[in-house]
Every structure is written in C-alpha cells, then in structure tokens.
Write a protein that binds this ligand. Sequence first.
Ligand code: NAD
Length: 414
Amino acid sequence: MNANLIEPPPGGRKIRYESGRLIVPDEPWVGYVEGDGIGVDITPPCLRIWNAAVKKAYGGRRSIHWVELFLGEKAAKRYAGQYFPDETLRWMKELWVSIKGPLTTPVGGGFRSLNVSLRQALDLYACLRPVRYYRGVPSPLREPERIDVVLFRENTEDVYAGIEYAAGSPENEKLAHFLRSELKAQFFEGAGLGVKPISRFGTERLVRKAIEYAIAHKRRSVTLVHKGNIMKYTEGAFRAWGYELAQREFGSVTVSEEAAARLPGGVAPEGQIIIKDRIADIMFQMMLLRPDEFDVIATPNLNGDYLSDAIAAEVGGMGIAPGANIGDGVAVFEATHGSAPKHAGKNIVNPGSLLFSGVLLLEYLGWDEAAEKIHLAYEKTLADRIVTYDFARLMTDAREVSTSAFADALIERL
Ligand code: NAD
C-alpha cells in the first residue's frame, strides 16, 4: 500500500496525449525527482535555470508547474523503505513528462538498478542521447564541433532483457543440455549462458522513433548501427527490419544509401533522409575520424550503451551529456551520470547533464525558444570561462565556481 504523498502545485494543468500527440497547456504539470547523492546539488539550480529561461522566452505567458516525485533514497525515507514507490510510477504515467536526477543503486539485498526498473515499468523503449559540442568545453578532439548526433538506443531487449543463467545453476544445465542435444550447438563445459533477444516489434518501434525524430528536426540521415556480420539473426535482423520499416512507413521521405548511390549524381534528392547502416566496431572509428557523416543513429541496447558514452567523451564527457527515456507519449528525462556520492552536498559538480536533459524536455514540450535560450546562455557562460571544477582542471584560464554560482552566471546571461 502506498501513501498519497504527491501533491501537484495549484494552478497547473495536466499534459494530455491524444492520437500520438502531446497536448501541452501553457502551465503544464511536469514531474521531477531530485535524485540521490549530487541530486541535491544539481536539481535545485537546474530548476531555477529552466524556470528563468521559460520566463525569459514567454514573458510569463507560459510556466512549468513542477510536481515533486520521489524515487531512490528520498522515496525510501517517505514511503517506509520503498525506493521505487507505485505512487511515483502512477504519477509519471499521468503527467506524461518528468525529469530525474541520478539514483544510487542500493548495494546488496538483490536490488535491481532503479533506472532499469523504471524503463521497464513505464515501457520507455527508446533511450535518447544527443551529443553535440558547445564552444569552450574542453575536448580531446581537434575539431569537436564536427560532432552533432542524436543516438536512439533500444532500451528493452538485447542484454537489457536480462536473460542469463549462471554456470553450474540448474537452469544453465537444462539450457546447455537442450542447446547441445536438440540444436547441436557447441560450447565449452561450464559456460555461463545468456540469451540476446532482438525482435521485429522492438526494432521497428525504435527505428520508427529515430526516423520520426529525423523528420521533425530536419536531420539528413539515420544510421542503423549493428554487429550483423557476426550476429546475423539478432543484430543482422535489426538492420534488415530497420531498412524494411523505413521503406514501408517512410518510403516517400527516406532513401537508402545504396539506392541514393544509383541515382544520377549519386546523391539523395534534396530533403530526403538517407537510411544507412554501419557495423558497430567501425562506428567507433568513424565517430573519431569522420563524425560529421553521422546525424541520427539507431542501435540495439549494448552497442548503444558503449557508443553513447564514447561519443559523449569526445565532446566533454559525462558531466554534460543529457539523456531521455521515451515510450509512447511517456518520457523521463535524466542526467546520464550517477549520483557521485563522494561529491554529494558540496555544491561543486557540473549541472550540465541534468541541465541539458531539461533542455531536451523543453524541446519535447515544443518550447524550443526556451531551450534555445539555455543553449546560447551556456555558450556565453563558457566563453567567459566560468565553469565548475571538472572543466576548470582541463582548462588553463578558467574561473572555477560552485554549482549554484554557475547557475547564477548562466541565468544572468539568458
Ligand atoms: P558516477 O557517475 O556517479 O560517478 C563517477 C565519477 O564521475 C564521479 O566520481 C565524478 O568524478 C564524476 N561525475 C559524475 N557526475 C558528475 C558531475 N555532474 N560533475 C562532475 N563530475 C561528475 O558513477 P558511479 O560512481 O559509478 O556510480 C555512483 C552511483 O550512481 C551508483 O549507485 C550507480 O548505480 C549510480 N548510477 C546512476 C545512474 C543514473 O541514475 N542514471 C547512472 C550511473 C550510475
């Protein structure tokens, strides 16, 4: 049984989702979870920045009415030890749009990651990770401004299905026996076994989201990243089903790279989105050597896990990489880093990841003007060399400030 501890503020109204579209009032209720560890350091300043940007963009005509929701340690204190209260899940569904700070995965006691549980409970099947460069951010690349990609990572299948059997367990032995005797599979004795499901259904809904995003944001291409040369019936099928979906549902606005090459001049007609594919390992090289050839990326779970962090590192690392987990209508935006307990409560960490997740949220609401104000003010703040400690140590002439002072400086520049 859950208590009713969640109180929406007066004045706001619910967002609705009808016929595949979000209907956003001028004073929407939007959920937020402060988060564990450094959540207390980054969430309040980010709320200040988002509110200030909305005010600046719409002069009081629009405002977000934030509804505090509880997950993780703060939830456990309020809901008698529950880290993942049903009431929060219910509200996340009802509000459609929420944002969350990082959550500590409690150690021991067989806890699953709260983030993974949340994605499954709300069927948030697409993990969205945009990666672009902001002028002034320290980067290991010579030309980091060539990176501007949006990665869609599948969130429910592949290794996230969690179908694994430990070596020596009765389940493992049963499965091993079946595989050897019925399917004539060969592998060493005592191997741990995992199953990697990738379905047409899971692939299609992810690739559909990626193509819809590319159309809405006037992107040039969607790249299917897979390891189909080795895993033909899972990753290879992802590739084949992705192309088929693009052709079947978006045939009038997309063209495959192969078909485009056969056209006169070998280029796609103006405005058509190119659908291409690359093998995962090559993709890591490409994102270092020729990143501007890529735009929207759609990929199964494990490739996406590796690739999104690697690309984020090219433009300033996890401190500023934003993220979102999106299903049909329901979306939970989130900082991509963890709760960094050793820094908690010190008011020193970089609010960038949560801040830009909020920018994505504003874009999801269709409030692009407010989102753009934050992008511009962030660049101005960096141009003035005002940064938190993590960037300061990579720069020579930085003015190192606290998390809250960084928020103040950014708000001044909105
Ligand atoms: P972490 O991301 O919390 O911290 C790793 C290091 O990254 C930190 O020590 C710090 O140096 C740096 N860092 C992280 N965020 C930063 C920021 N905003 N500004 C500056 N530096 C930053 O990873 P971890 O230590 O492996 O995990 C800690 C806890 O967070 C674990 O319980 C883990 O399960 C959880 N976690 C949660 C999420 C999430 O909520 N999305 C993601 C990853 C890890």
